[in-house]
Design a protein around this ligand. Structure first.
Ligand code: ATP
Length: 573
């Protein structure tokens, strides 16, 4: 049972315990209505037997029963809400921790807006269902089972009059579950699409305006909203009809029990007291079932949400152990990799980048250079073959250990919406302000930072929105200088720098790469002509390796690139 609940609702161990406690409290909640009914029943029995004395005992009993009810309701409320909110807080933390450990390949295969929706909306839906529906429905089901046995034993005919309509009302809902879930999920998926479209429209605002796409984008959104409205209508109809039928059926036990009971009373098959008891019970179960039917629909829609959360929670993490490395030669051996199934981006690539040397990756756009750097830094794991550092397969090294040895400066700089000081300090969290400023100066940041209103304390906006491309790039170089890792990976770092800034960061770069294993991509071939080794890539394969002069003779791709590069130098607008 525990394993089933854990898997079915993606609960933690404490979550299962909490749910069990909550189910128990709901069971007690329903049971707590029984003593007052027994009290009424006994009092009626006394009256019918002609005993009209003081009903003080019954009143006291009723008072005690009401007090117990109050305590049970309190316990139920506290248990359910405490456990629910604790578990959903744990779930959110678990998901956030899991996301931080997932390999980058997971994110390239999933839609980010979808992930955000899963963490926010799906967890909120589960939280709501747990606080209201799940424990309540299960608690009611157990209570219903116990009461059913008692009712059938005492008088099976009247028992069936109470139970059958209640069971039929629940069956209507279960029989139409597939249909309801299908339509509600269609609407829900559309809402996710809309949320993604809105996010895209906001992110691409500049492009939409500059290419005059406003009306087209608005029309697409209008259409999506119309489709969503239609789907919502459809979902509401498929949901409302069975719920209404179910709720109507759930009221029937009172009428049926009264009708059948009275005829049984007339023929002497049942006493007035028993009939009264069954009618009270029918009324009680009818009322409870009306609410439970609504809860059941809420539980039906949890499946897809729980599945999405399960997919994140159970996704395989990158393995590896803590490691201390002292040799930083990087060796790529027969590596193959694809982002998506069937589209291999790296094919049987092999080369070595030696410590103390600069190794440059060159090749036509899209040939897999950046992908290769991502494999070397274990942002992705190779599908086959190995990437080794100092003879150790990096899959055996935990990423926390590995990242200590690798500094990466990518073409696309990611910055946080905090101060310049804190953005650079991400390179080494225990660095002092002086060390941060020294790294910033070496990377050529000081000049533009000193012009900012709060210099190093200036908040730079989301992903450094308040900075130019070149300034953002220099901050990421400063980060790498501060980290001072033995393996340096540079992907097109000069792409958004002007000539003057490039000269400024040259000293910093020379300082950064001294004695390190440097692997660099640069489209400006002149800047890598003096590299110790140039690796020429073509369509995911390594075509040739060597120095500039050697490659000019041996590699047609390299020769072609040099020729094109010379032509590009002559390009005029
Ligand atoms: N996250 C991703 N998901 C799916 N495909 C990707 C992803 N990143 C890159 N690709 C594809 O992999 C191939 C290699 O891309 P990569 O960025 O490694 O090339 P590159 O040689 O660095 O290109 P460029 O010189 O233009 O930067 C390309 O076809 C690209 O479309």
């Amino acid at each position: 049972m525990k394993t089933y609940l854990k898997r079915a609702f993606q609960l933690s161990d404490s979550g299962v315990k909490g749910l069990a406690k909550s189910i128990w409290s709901f069971f007690l909640y329903y049971v707590s209505f029984v003593p007052p009914m027994i009290c009424v029943f006994l009092f009626a029995d006394r009256l019918l037997n002609g005993n009209t004395g003081k009903p003080v005992v019954y009143l006291l009993f009723m008072l005690a029963a009401t007090l117990v009810m109050y305590l049970v309701i309190n316990y139920n409320y506290k248990t359910t809400y405490d456990e629910t909110y604790q578990e959903s807080a744990n779930l959110r933390i678990d998901l956030a921790e899991q996301l931080s450990k997932l390999p980058l390949s997971y994110f390239s295969k999933h839609n980010l807006s979808d992930l955000a929706q899963t963490i926010m909306a799906d967890v909120a839906s589960i939280e709501h269902a747990f606080a209201n529906a799940v424990a309540n429905s299960i608690g009611f089901a157990i209570y219903f089972l116990v009461i059913s046995v008692a009712l059938l034993i005492m008088n099976w005919k009247l028992g069936l009059c109470v139970l059958l309509p209640v069971l039929t009302s629940a069956s209507v809902l279960f029989l139409t579950k597939k249909l309801q879930v299908r339509d509600v999920n269609k609407h829900y998926d559309k809402l996710r699409d809309i949320s993604e479209s809105f996010q895209n429209a906001i992110e691409l605002n500049q492009e939409i305006k500059s290419y005059g796409l406003k009306e087209k984008v608005e029309a697409q959104m209008d259409q999506q909203l119309d489709e969503s409205e239609n789907l919502q209508w459809k979902a509401q109809i498929t949901q409302t009809i069975p719920v209404t039928i179910g709720q109507t059926l759930s009221i029937l036990p009172i009428g049926i029990t009264a009708t059948v009971g009275l005829s049984m009373l007339a023929s002497g098959q049942v006493s007035i007291l028993i009939l009264l008891g069954y009618i009270i019970m029918a009324a009680k179960l009818s009322g409870a079932m009306g609410g439970v039917l609504l809860y059941l629909t809420e539980i039906f829609y949890l499946d897809a949400r729980i599945a999405r959360i399960g997919e994140i929670k159970n996704h395989e993490l990158q393995g590896g152990e803590k490691a201390v490395l002292s040799d930083f030669n990087v060796e790529i051996k027969d590596v193959c990799f694809s982002y998506q199934k069937d589209t291999q981006v790296i094919r049987h690539a092999s080369f070595t980048a030696e410590q103390g040397q600069i190794t440059a990756l060159v090749g036509p756009s899209g040939c897999g250079k950046t992908t290769m750097l991502k494999l070397i830094s274990r942002l992705y794991d190779a599908d086959s073959g190995t990437v080794q550092i100092g003879g150790t397969d990096i899959r055996e090294i935990h990423t926390d250990s590995l990242f200590k040895y690798v500094s990466i400066v990518f073409q696309e700089v990611i910055l946080f919406n905090t101060s310049i000081m804190e953005n650079i300090r991400l390179g080494r969290l225990d660095a002092s302000d002086e060390e941060v400023i020294r790294a910033a100066k070496l990377a050529g940041c000081n000049e533009f930072v000193s012009r900012l209103p709060d210099t190093y304390q200036t908040i730079i906006g989301e992903n450094g929105a308040k900075l130019s491309g070149g300034e953002r790039q220099r901050l990421s170089i400063a980060r790498a200088i501060l980290k001072d890792a033995p393996i340096i990976i540079l992907d097109e770092i000069a792409a958004s720098l002007d000539v003057e800034t490039e000269v400024q960061i040259q000293t910093g770069l020379n300082h950064l790469i001294q004695g390190k294993t440097v692997i660099v991509i640069s489209h400006r071939l002149m800047s890598i002509e003096n590299a110790d080794k140039i690796v020429v890539m073509k369509a995911g394969t390594v075509e040739a390796c060597g120095k500039h002069a050697h490659l000019l003779k041996q590699s047609p791709t390299y020769r072609k690139m040099i020729e094109k590069s010379n032509l590009a130098e002559k390009f005029n607008y």
